[in-house]
Design a binder for this molecule. Structure first.
Ligand SMILES: Nc1nc2c(ncn2[C@@H]2O[C@H](COP(=O)(O)OP(=O)(O)OP(=O)(O)O)[C@@H](O)[C@H]2O)c(=O)[nH]1
Ligand SMILES: [Mg+2]
Length: 173
């Protein structure tokens, strides 16, 4: 392989981001991913993810591979296998289910020690009437995770997803 090809390959590689999206079942991971996809690639209905799905999306100069992994309890033991080589971890939380927050934060713990950058997606904001409710969730998230980067969003309405994409693509990996 010529030097130029090697340099080109490296350049392309430098513009690739591997983004893993994790969180409890029903948090809205696949809905977010579906909304991020170009119109012609979107599914009409999103079902619970059995296993995982990978989608490649251009975000600014980056080619981002989005790894959307199912969050059901039976699938969680396999999360670790997907985490390898992850650049950005998006931890998805359903802010309309505060009763599941402790479970979500507990599951997040092992992934906070890794090398990847973490972004918390506070999803389903459209279902939470006041900003204070989202802030309450955020307080508990920050108590466990520290001053983590977060984006309040809605996979249903699309609110905040542009910010989420910017956050993913702005990572200096
Ligand atoms: N109102 C509202 N509903 C949402 C939002 N995001 C997802 N949902 C709904 O929540 C349910 C679960 O969404 P999914 O995207 O399948 O959740 P998931 O995290 O991928 O679930 P698993 O694949 O089982 O891990 C679906 O009925 C979605 O329509 C949101 O921002 N607002
Ligand atoms: Mg899913």
């Amino acid at each position: 392989m010529g030097l130029l090809t090697l340099v080109k390959k490296q350049k392309i590689k430098d513009h690739e981001i591997r983004c893993l999206i994790l969180g409890l079942d029903n948090a809205g991971k696949s809905t977010i991913v579906n909304q991020i996809l170009p119109m012609d690639q979107r599914q009409q209905h999103v079902s619970p993810t059995i296993g995982f799905a990978i989608h490649n999306v251009e975000m600014g100069p980056f080619n981002v591979s989005l790894w959307d992994v199912g969050g059901q309890t039976t699938l969680r033991p396999f999360w670790d296998n997907y985490y390898d080589r992850t650049d950005v971890l998006v931890w998805c939380i359903d802010v309309s289910s505060p009763g599941r927050l402790a479970e979500s934060l507990q599951e997040a713990k092992p992934f906070l020690k890794g090398d990847s950058r973490v972004i918390v997606a506070l999803n389903k904001c459209d279902l939470v009437p006041s900003r204070q409710d989202t802030d309450k969730v955020l307080e508990q998230v920050q108590r466990l995770m520290g001053p983590v980067q977060f984006v309040a969003c809605s996979g249903r309405t699309g609110k905040g997803l542009r910010e989420l994409c910017s956050a993913i693509a702005s990572c200096n990996i």
